[in-house]
Design a binder for this molecule. Sequence first.
Ligand code: PHE
Length: 465
Amino acid sequence: MDSKKGQWGSNFGFLMAAVGSAVGLGNIWGFPYKMGISGGFAFLLIYLVLAVLVGFVIMLGELVIGRKTGKGVLAAYQDLSANYAWIGWMGTICPFLIMSFYTVLGGYAIKYMVANLGDFFHASWGVAGMDSGAFFGNFLVQPVQGIIYTFIFLLITYLIVRGGVQKGIEAFSVIAMPALFVLLLIAILRSLTLPGAMEGLAFMFKPNFEVFNGTGWITVLGRAGGQMFFSLSLGMGCMITYGSYLQKKENIEKNAIMIPFLDTLVAVMAGMAVMPAVFAFGMEPGGGPGLLFVTLQGVFAAMGGIGPIFGFLFYLFIVLAAISSAISLLEVATATFIDKAIAKGKEPNRHMATLWCSVGIFALAIIVAADGLGSNGLPMPLGFIWLDFFDLFSEGIMMPLGALAMSLIIGWKLGPDWMEDEITASGHKWSGKTFAMVCFRYIAPLGMVFILIGQLNGFFGWGLF
Ligand code: PHE
């Protein structure tokens, strides 16, 4: 561990930062809807099995690689072998691609926080009684506004990461994550006490085995796998980077269990906040930006005088969830530059590294913001809107590929002793060794191939299953 790079002050601080990375837009707009349309409780069971057999071990592998090498994703893979550098490069490019749209969506959430505040004061800059679909549509065709809000979101992210591992990321996470949890509890309480709320719970939880008929199970499995993957921030070196700041005395195996557990808990809870309210007001459930910025805003409008307060608190919740994920993405990129400086024997300059990475991200984000989810007539690469185009390369291709390669390398090249050496460095036993190695060698790679195909099938509409 290089002292120039920083370290987590406590295991709690690390855990909050890692859970902060995992809990994000994916939990709120992806999980509840996908669970609802994919078999309800049956989907949840499949998701949990995948989280244990694939998510957990890939998390464990990334944390071990990070702590053992003490480096960010590129330098870590280069250290392992020059042949693996390409995985490190994918991990370096990924955060730029994901941030290109994550910052835009985070900016939208800030805009909605402001708009609900405006409504509270009956100001002209609120939603002011406009239909929520029209309000969003109107916002999307104003690229300059979109770019300004994106900038604000990125600026906050930049300032936190610039502060360093302990004084920036950890300090923010130990306050933001508990606050996020409280906000979520408030939202659940409001949502579940609305008349008609039970229908929303039924949508999410009622087991529906019909979706498994024919090849339906492949679709469900692919959907659950893709969701799990993005939601746990795996496959692009986030957890390698965060693991590299973990002290040797901390128990890696326990952390690798806690992060997926808490991430799934928040995903289920987010569903309990969102779906009952959607159904109580007779709206159609959905996923993606439409759910966050049209359906839910419609819910807050329908709540009457109290609506803007809940609206403000809910969008604050989303902003906190998005920032804690965004800082982990920016940190992956920043760490690469810091590693480079150290490798050259220079004093690393975190401020400059963070700044240049942010500038690069902003350049891409401007395109996504100006595109306004395809509203402004920008040319469409490969027929995609820009958000989906950047998402395809990161979430669709590089992340599953990175994780596939990693589990094969750990399973077949580095082997159990290499892993055990690091896991037991804290003085704890590696209790799940045999299980984990079977997962690394066989189950996780198989699962990853499947997820990769499922993702591409979804993006390109191959209609395979
Ligand atoms: N896990 C985050 C979410 O669910 C997204 C993310 C992916 C963050 C990859 C970091 C790295 O929204």
